[in-house]
Design a protein around this ligand. Structure first.
Ligand code: FO1
Ligand code: CA
Length: 331
């Protein structure tokens, strides 16, 4: 058994290497970040869970690494046409009421209006969110809903949300604090980051399924240490579980160069160096690292080096075998 901690892009790319590895996908669990989740126009969007869901189901849009390949966006476009015609402002519009829907706690900090929705939800993608939200309103937990969706997409790994409790990644910027999606999608990450907060994490508990999964060796994929892995580390019981199981982490940096996304600015924003050395500081529980062959960072823990670029299944298989090698060192 092996458990992967996953965010939006890096870890799903690595998971493509499961097929060609000695890991049996049926023995692999993926714990997905939910700190990026937003409620938009009444539906709950879980971007990081959905990337794994869609990739495993063979329908992911691999140009964007989110949404469904070939999806249309007619509802999204009509929402914008209506809002324009009605003279309503676009952009993120928060819905700040605390509300209860069928006993489900709606987390205030991730609720946005569907008026001129600020993120593009494709039509088929939206069907997933409508199904998810309706099942939650019927009383299913996010863990149960994710299992139902995983069956619908024929996933061969077990996919778990990090918690059934809401956690919201809030980015504190020069222009105030905002939800991660507002910072990333609406503001194009063009603001100076002062801090990142994981609202709700202190009170959040991992599910029994997650705690069981964290009894197995853990792989922290090359995801953003702050906004992808950070929300999981902010949940106290997850942090404790990681201290007592072997952990291998794949650096998303080559020394101080990052493969993609806003990791560097976010790392500096929370006070870490934007580099492999900073990742090692952020992951004191990690027992070994997989680094790029051109990454000469000197770490205080065992290191396996390979070309860590992930641009297809050959790359994924190569990095996955380095992960296996590192796990043998620490298990
Ligand atoms: N990213 C964008 O840059 N623009 C979008 O309009 C957008 C919509 C979207 C809808 C559903 C979904 O699951 C993801 C979506 N993303 C979009 C990606 C998302 O903002 C981030 O890449 C992840 O949260 C980071 O892991
Ligand atoms: Ca450990």
């Amino acid at each position: 058994m092996v458990t992967f901690l996953a965010g939006g892009t890096g870890t799903p790319k690595l998971l493509d290497g499961l097929g060609g590895s000695t890991f049996d996908p049926a023995d692999a669990t993926v714990v997905g970040n939910t700190g990026d989740d937003v409620e938009l126009g009444g539906v709950l969007v879980c971007p990081d869970l959905d990337t794994v869901l869609f990739d495993g189901g063979g329908v992911l849009d691999r140009k964007r690494w989110w949404g469904i390949d070939g999806d249309t966006a007619e509802t999204h476009e009509e929402l914008h046409r209506l809002a324009d015609a009605a003279g309503l402002d676009g952009g993120p519009r928060y819905l700040s009421d605390e509300a209860q829907v069928s006993g489900r706690e709606i987390a205030r900090w991730r609720r946005f209006s569907g008026v001129a929705e600020f993120m593009e939800l494709g039509d088929k993608d939206r069907a997933v969110h409508v199904t998810r939200t309706s099942l939650l309103d019927e009383g299913y937990s996010l863990t149960e809903v994710t299992r139902i969706l995983a069956d619908a997409f024929d996933l061969d790994v077990t996919l778990l949300p990090m918690s059934d409790d809401p956690v919201a990644s809030i980015v504190h910027t020069e222009e105030g604090s905002m939800h991660f999606q507002e910072y990333w999608v609406a503001r194009r990450a063009a603001l100076e980051v002062r801090d990142v907060e994981f609202r709700g994490a202190d009170e959040a508990t991992p599910t029994d399924e997650v705690l069981t999964a964290l009894d197995s060796p853990v792989v922290v994929g090359p995801s953003n240490p702050v906004t992808s892995i950070g929300p999981m580390l902010a949940v106290p019981e997850i942090q404790e579980a990681l201290d007592s199981t072997p952990v291998v982490a794949v650096s998303p940096f080559v020394e101080d160069r990052v493969f993609s996304g806003p990791a560097a600015e976010l790392m500096r924003g929370v006070g870490y160096e934007a580099s492999t050395a900073g990742v090692a500081d952020a992951y004191p529980f990690a027992d070994a690292f997989v680094l790029d062959e051109e990454d000469g960072t000197d770490l205080d823990r065992p290191v396996v080096r390979t070309d860590t670029s992930l641009d297809g299944s050959d790359d994924a298989a190569r990095v996955m075998s380095a992960v296996e090698e590192a796990l043998e060192v620490v298990s």
